[in-house]
Design a protein around this ligand. Structure first.
Ligand code: AMP
Length: 364
């Protein structure tokens, strides 16, 4: 069985690492010569819309998936007309555009922050009269890790925030004073079976995820499962999906979803009975899904922009290191560690130790 992946970054690398024990082989399409998954399968190096490479990918792969959502929509459509593509091009199209995404949530009765579409400075000013302060202006497409976003605190911020978008279509949404950010990772296979991981509680700084902690038996689990099932059923979704939510006043409000394996689910490699990467493969190959039960108390710490010495990380007995084989660069995710503990005190101490090491090398 050969799985094709659009993109050959760390997510593709971890999918491939999970696939080898199941006897799956991989073929990647990625423009970068040194894409970090390229030692784990055949690497087709070139643009995502190169017709020759797309034809080769469609010909060789039994099923195609992707590791990020900004693949051109017509590429996914082309592949879907030649081979199986999971998740569907429709899921990709909705996730690529914040306005379509928020409207999709709204139509399914999944609460969101108040939002409005804006396409000019005048429409932004009009929207602010309804949304209220503070708010966030976000480009509709190509935004990730907080990129293409501006916080609007007063009318003085509008002109410069609008200018920064350089004419891109945008949405403005109310700034939510959340108690915490959580995400739910769910998996649906071709036959329609769904499994859910325990919620992850996520800590971001500068719009980038730093730490995720598995919250077993969380009071918000049921609500999150109800929302993510609604979303997956509506999209006839196949694969792993991550729904990011804010908790505010004891309720969940949806921020966005990722139609792929997700950084807030990396703890599942050592922290759950079956990892999100293995379950993604099982889902798209229509195999039975594995148990998602948490194994002990678990958290994940990202290393961004730089790396401590491997020896220092491996000296921590309960830390599991995942290097992405990427050269350190400002703001770039280069590795993560999962820590697994027997109780909350031990987990807190491990997270503190690892975040101290991560912060020392973090230049973002
Ligand atoms: P996003 O790219 O939409 O995931 O935003 C990145 C991060 O910015 C989120 O994880 C939040 O920490 C923060 N953020 C985004 N939208 C909002 C909002 N409406 N209210 C408060 N914080 C937000």
């Amino acid at each position: 069985m050969i799985v094709g992946i659009l993109g050959a970054g760390q997510l593709a690398r971890m999918i491939a690492l999970a696939g080898y024990p199941l006897g799956v082989d991989f073929i990647f399409l990625d423009p970068s010569a040194d894409a970090c998954a390229n030692k784990l399968g055949k690497h087709l190096q070139g643009d995502y819309n190169d017709p020759r490479l797309l034809a080769e990918l469609a010909e060789r792969a039994d099923v195609v998936t992707y590791e990020f959502e900004n693949v051109p929509a017509d590429v996914a459509e082309f592949l879907a007309s030649h081979t199986q593509v999971h998740p569907s091009p429709k899921a990709l199209a909705v996730a690529q555009d914040r306005l379509l995404e928020k409207t999709f949530f709204h139509d399914l009765g999944i609460p969101t922050p108040a939002y409005a579409a804006v396409d000019s400075l005048e429409s932004l000013e009009q929207a602010m009269a309804i949304i209220g302060w503070p708010a966030i202006l976000k480009s509709r497409t190509l935004g990730y890790d907080g990129k293409g976003q501006s916080l609007l605190k007063s009318a003085d911020d509008l002109k410069s925030a609008w200018k920064q978008l350089e004419g891109a279509l945008a949405i403005v949404e109310a700034f939510v004073s959340f108690k915490r950010e959580v995400s739910i990772i769910a998996v649906r296979n071709v036959s329609g079976a769904i499994v859910f991981y325990p919620l992850s509680e996520n800590l971001h700084r500068g719009g980038i995820l730093r730490v995720s902690e598995c919250c077993d038996a969380d009071v918000m689990q049921q609500q999150a499962e109800a929302y993510v099932s609604r979303l997956m059923e509506a999209l006839d979704y196949v694969g792993v999906l991550a729904l990011e939510l804010f908790e505010v006043d004891g309720k969940l409000v949806a921020n966005e979803f990722a139609p792929r394996v997700h950084n807030s689910g990396h703890w599942t490699i050592e922290g759950a009975e079956t990892s999100q990467f293995e379950n993604h493969l099982r889902a798209i190959l229509d195999l039975p899904l594995g148990a998602t039960t948490a194994v002990g108390k678990t958290a994940m710490i990202n290393f961004i922009g730089g790396l401590p010495l491997t020896e220092d990380l491996l000296a921590i007995a309960h830390a599991h290191l995942h290097l992405y084989d990427k050269a350190p660069r400002k703001g770039r995710k280069v590795a993560h560690t999962t820590v697994r503990a027997e109780n909350n005190e031990q987990l807190t101490a491990l997270v503190k130790r690892l975040t101290t090491l991560a912060d020392r090398v973090d230049d973002s």
